[in-house]
Design a protein. Structure first.
Length: 153
């Protein structure tokens, strides 16, 4: 089963030594799902969430513009697998040709899928299998630090 997810925050994780790594926190099925990303990906997701304009199109903006200009749409993003500590995602898209709907599924990094979903305002879902393995209690997180104080609550 898949569960609707939302981006709860983007920020830095902090380990016992005070070191941080960029992380996106998804919220689904009453659990938080931390997905470690690159600094560039964290920035791309953060800018899209806060609707911060950039002077030039960022990669995900460009991709979404190209998809839509070619008559397509991004319908949703699924985070559906976790193997050897690596998350896997799918981007569901569609395009109409001569009135006939054609569906497409693209393999993607979750960070790219999330960055597109935030821009396209389309659903993100997470599978039970992923949440069962990697979902964590919200009480385990200091969410005040995410998105530099910008919170969805």
């Amino acid at each position: 089963m898949e569960h609707a997810a939302r981006v709860h925050g983007v920020g830095l994780s902090v380990d016992d030594e005070g070191m941080g790594a960029p992380v996106v926190i998804l919220e689904a099925r009453d659990a938080f799902l931390p997905i470690y990303v690159t600094a560039d990906q964290a920035r791309a997701i953060h800018l899209a969430r806060t609707k911060t304009p950039s002077q030039r199109p960022m990669t995900h903006d460009l991709l979404l513009d190209m998809v839509t200009d070619f008559g397509g749409a991004v319908d949703g993003v699924r985070i559906d697998d976790l193997t050897d500590g690596t998350f896997y995602a799918k981007i569901d898209a569609e395009r109409y040709e001569s009135g006939v709907r054609k569906r497409f599924v693209f393999d993607a990094r979750p960070s790219d899928g999330i960055a597109l979903a935030v821009r396209a305002d389309c659903p993100i879902t997470v599978s039970d299998e992923v949440l069962d393995v990697a979902g964590q209690s919200p009480e385990d997180f200091d969410i005040e630090t995410y998105d530099r104080g910008v919170r969805d609550d």
